[in-house]
Ligand binder design. Sequence first.
Ligand code: FE
Ligand code: MN
Length: 361
Amino acid sequence: MQKTFQVGSKSFVLDQAKAEAAFSAKKVINGRGTMTFNLLPLKYQWAYDLYRKMKANHWEPEDIPMGKDIEQWRDEKTVSDVERWIIRMGIGYFSAAEGIVGDNIQHVVRELVTAPELKLVLGRHAHEENIHADSLLYMISSLQINPHECEAMFEDIPTIVRKNEFVTKTSHALRRDLDLTLPENKRLLAKNIFIFGQCMEGTQFYGLFGMVLSLYRQNKFPGIGQMFRYTLRDESNHIEVFRNLFMDLVDENQEIWTAEFKEELRSLMREAVQLEKEFIRDCLPVNSIGLAADDFVAYIDYIADRRLESCGLAPLSPGLKNPLPWLAEMMDIKKEQNFFEGRVTEYQKASSLNVASDDEL
Ligand code: FE
Ligand code: MN
C-alpha cells in the first residue's frame, strides 16, 4: 500500500509494505541498518516500558541525609567493627562493580544490539550505574573514608578480585567488531548478557544487599540503607532488562540454544554462587547481631535458582525455600508508601506516574 502526500508542487510517496519489511527485519542482533535508528514502530515494547519505569524511579544520592550515618560511624558503642567492615566491603566492592557493569553495557552490549529501543533502555541502564557509583562517592565523602581504601580493597581482597575477573573475562573478547552471524559469537554475547544480568547483578550483588539491609532493619546506617534500597530497586529493573534481552536473543537465534549451552550457563551460575559464598565469608568473618553468614550463603543458593528458572534453565538445588523472607519483603519497596515521600517523587513526571510497577525481588 502506498500513500501519497501532495504538498504544493511536490508529491511524496510513502510505501507501507517497504516499511513493514524493514520492521520485520528489526532484530536484537544483525538487524537491518535502516531500523537501527527508528524507535517507531516499537518491536520490543518491554524495552520502552522498562525505560519509562526506570526513568520514573530516578533518584539523586545527595537528597538522602547522611547525618545519622556519620554519627553512628564515629560512635564506638552503636555499631561494631564487623558492621563497619560490611559497609567498607560494600563500598569497596560496589564502587568498582557499578563501573564494570556500566562499561560492559556501553562498550559491548549497546554496541552489538541493533534495535534502537534496546539501545534506549541500555543508555538509561548505564546512566543508573553512574548514579550508583556516585552514591558510593557520596557515602565515602560523608563518612570521611580514605578514598585510597576503595582502590586498595579492589586490588587486595582476593574474593573481590575473583568476582571481578569472573565477569570481565567475557567482556574483553567482545569489544571489537564481532561477526554476529556466527553461532559461537552469538553464544559469546548471550553468555555475556547472562553473566552480567543474572550471575552478577542478579546474584553476586545480593550478599551485600542482604547484609546492608539487615543493618538498615536494625536502624543502623539509615542513609546508606536507603541508598542501597534505591539501588536494589534499580537493579531489579536491570536484571529484567538483561533477562528480556537474553530471552529475545535466544528466541531469534534458536540454533544457539543447545543442551550443551544450557549446561554451560548453569555451570557459570554455579561458579558465580561459589565466588559469592566466599565473598560473604570475607564480609562477615564473625557473626554479628542479626547477621549470620550461613543465612546469606543459603540466600544466594535460593536467589541463583530463581535467576536460572527465569531464563528457562534448571535450578542447581531444586526445592529451596527463601531463608530470609524479611529480605524479600524489604526489597519490595513499593509496599511502603511513605518511603516515596520526599524528593524522589518530585522527579517523577506526571506522564510517568501511570506506568505500572510490578518489581519482583
Ligand atoms: Fe548498579
Ligand atoms: Mn545495575
